[in-house]
Design a binder for this molecule. Structure first.
Ligand code: SDX
Length: 377
C-alpha cells in the first residue's frame, strides 16, 4: 500500500519520465533544448529554427530551413468551415477557450488523426504550429468586428502573427522581440501542460486530444495565464513610485504576485535575463522606461521579502504590452509557441510509451455498512 512518505504534493521532485527534448537545471538556472543553451538560441536562432530543432532533433541547414519555413508558410490557412465556427463563438469567449475549441475542431478535418506514427505526428505538428496563430488572430479580429486578414506565406511566424493581428506589415523591432519570446516559451521539460499532453498521449489517444489537454492546462493563472495577470498587476500599480508600497501591501494580504516563483527554478528563471534586457531596450526605444523601472522595484521587493525571483511570464507581460498586443492574447501566444514543445513530447511519448497511471493514498472511510434506500434518513 502507498504510504505518506512516498507522496509529494503537486508531484514536486517526482521523476515522471526520461526525455531528450530539454533539460532545466535549477542550480545553474540553465535551460537547454536538445543540448543547445536557450540563451544562444534566443540570441542567434529564429523561432522556426528552434521548432525544427525540437521536432527533428537537430538544427536545420539552409535548405532544410527554407523547405520547413515554406511548408509552415503555406499551411497557415484553416478550413472555411472552421473559420465560420470561430466567427460563431460568443464574443465573451475567453481566447484560450476559443483556441482550445478550434484546435479540437481542427482534428475533425484531419483524416490521419488515428495515425500515431512518427512522420504523421511530425506533419500534424508542423501544420498546427502554422495554423494556431491564424486561429488566435481570426478569433480576435472577429471579436473586434474587424475583417480577418489573409496569411502571407512568405512571412516568418512572428512576422505573420503580428500581420494577421493588425493587418499591417509589422515593425522589425516588434518582430524581433516577439520572435525571442517565442524561442523562450517554446519548451520547458515536464511543466504542467506538457505533462498533461504526455498523459493523454500515453493512452494512445490522438495528437489533437493531447494538444487540447495541454491548452486547457496552460490556461490556468498558476501556469501560462500568469503573463496576463502580471501586466494587469503592473497596470493596477500604475507607476514605479507606487510599486514598493503596493507589493508590500499585497504580500501582507497574502496575495500571489503573478509572474514570480517557480516550482523548479529557485535561484532564478533562466529565461528572465534575456526578456528583462529586451524589456529595458524596448522601453528606451519606445520611450516607455516605466515598465522596466517598475519591474526592477517589484523584483527587488519580492527577493528581499520572499526570496522569490521572477519567472518568464513577468517580463513577457510588459514586453507584450509595449508591443501593443491585446492582453487577452498573451497566454494564447504562449500556447502558439509551446505547441512546438508539446508536439516534441507527444512524439517522444508515442515512441517510448507506457500508460501513465500513478497511485494514491486513500483517506476516505472504510468498511461502511450498506443502508437500504428506505432506511436512509
Ligand atoms: C510557468 O513548470 C514550468 O516550467 C512552468 C513554466 C513553463 O515554461 O512551462 O515555467 C511557465 O508556469 C511559470 C509560473 C507562472 N505562474 C505564476 O507566476 C503564478 C505565481 N506563482 C505561484 O503561484 C507559484 O510560485 C508557482 C505556482 C509558480 C509555483 O508553486 P509551488 O512550487 O507550488 O510553490 P508554493 O506554492 O509551494 O510556494 C512556496 C511558498 C508559499 O508560501 P508559504 O505557504 O510557504 O508561506 O512561496 C509562496 C507561497 O505562498 N509563493 C508566493 C508566490 N509563489 C510562491 N507568494 C507570493 N507570490 C508568489 N508568486
Amino acid at each position: 500500500m502507498p504510504d505518506e512518505k512516498s507522496y509529494s504534493p503537486g508531484l514536486e521532485g517526482v521523476v515522471a519520465g526520461i526525455s531528450s527534448v530539454s533539460e532545466v537545471d535549477p542550480e545553474k538556472s540553465m535551460l537547454i533544448y536538445r543540448g543547445y543553451d536557450v540563451h544562444e538560441l534566443a540570441e542567434r536562432a529564429t523561432y522556426e529554427e528552434v521548432v525544427y530543432l525540437l521536432l527533428m532533433g537537430k538544427l536545420p541547414n539552409r535548405k532544410e530551413l527554407s523547405e520547413f519555413t515554406g511548408f509552415i508558410g503555406h499551411e497557415r490557412h484553416i478550413p472555411g468551415d472552421l473559420m465560420d465556427m470561430i466567427q460563431a463563438y460568443p464574443d465573451t469567449a475567453h481566447p484560450m477557450d476559443a483556441l482550445r475549441s478550434a484546435v479540437s475542431a481542427l482534428g475533425l478535418y484531419d483524416k490521419t488523426t488515428s495515425d500515431l506514427s512518427h512522420n504523421a505526428t511530425v506533419e500534424k505538428a508542423m501544420k498546427l504550429i502554422a495554423k494556431i496563430p491564424t486561429i488566435i488572430a481570426a478569433s480576435h479580429r472577429f471579436r473586434a468586428d474587424l475583417d480577418v486578414v489573409d496569411p502571407d506565406p512568405r512571412m516568418t511566424c512572428a512576422e505573420s502573427f503580428l500581420h494577421l493581428l493588425t493587418g499591417k506589415k509589422p515593425d522589425p523591432l516588434a518582430v524581433r522581440a516577439l520572435d525571442v519570446s517565442l524561442v523562450l516559451y517554446a519548451e520547458h521539460s515536464f511543466n504542467a501542460s506538457t505533462f498533461a499532453a504526455r498523459v493523454t498521449a500515453s493512452t494512445l489517444s490522438d495528437y489533437y486530444s493531447s494538444i487540447v489537454s495541454a491548452i486547457g492546462t496552460l490556461k490556468g493563472p498558476l501556469h501560462g495565464g500568469a503573463n496576463e495577470e502580471a501586466i494587469k498587476m503592473m497596470l493596477e500599480i500604475g507607476s514605479p513610485a507606487k510599486a514598493e508600497a503596493w507589493t508590500l501591501e499585497a504580500l501582507a494580504k497574502k496575495r500571489l504576485i503573478m509572474g514570480f516563483g517557480h516550482r523548479v527554478y529557485k535561484k532564478g528563471d533562466s529565461r528572465v535575463p534575456i526578456m528583462r534586457k529586451l524589456g529595458q531596450e524596448l522601453g528606451e526605444k519606445l520611450n516607455q522606461p516605466q515598465w522596466h523601472q517598475m519591474a526592477q522595484i517589484i523584483e527587488e521587493v519580492m527577493w528581499r521579502e520572499k526570496k522569490l525571483p521572477p519567472n518568464v511570464d513577468f517580463p513577457c507581460g510588459y514586453v507584450y504590452y509595449m508591443l501593443k498586443l491585446p492582453i487577452p492574447l498573451y497566454t494564447p501566444i504562449f500556447a502558439a509557441s509551446r505547441v512546438a514543445g508539446w508536439s516534441a513530447h507527444i512524439i517522444e511519448q508515442y515512441e517510448h510509451n507506457r500508460i501513465m497511471r500513478p497511485t494514491n493514498i486513500y483517506n476516505g472511510p472504510k468498511e461502511v455498512t450498506f443502508t437500504p434506500l428506505e432506511q436512509r434518513p
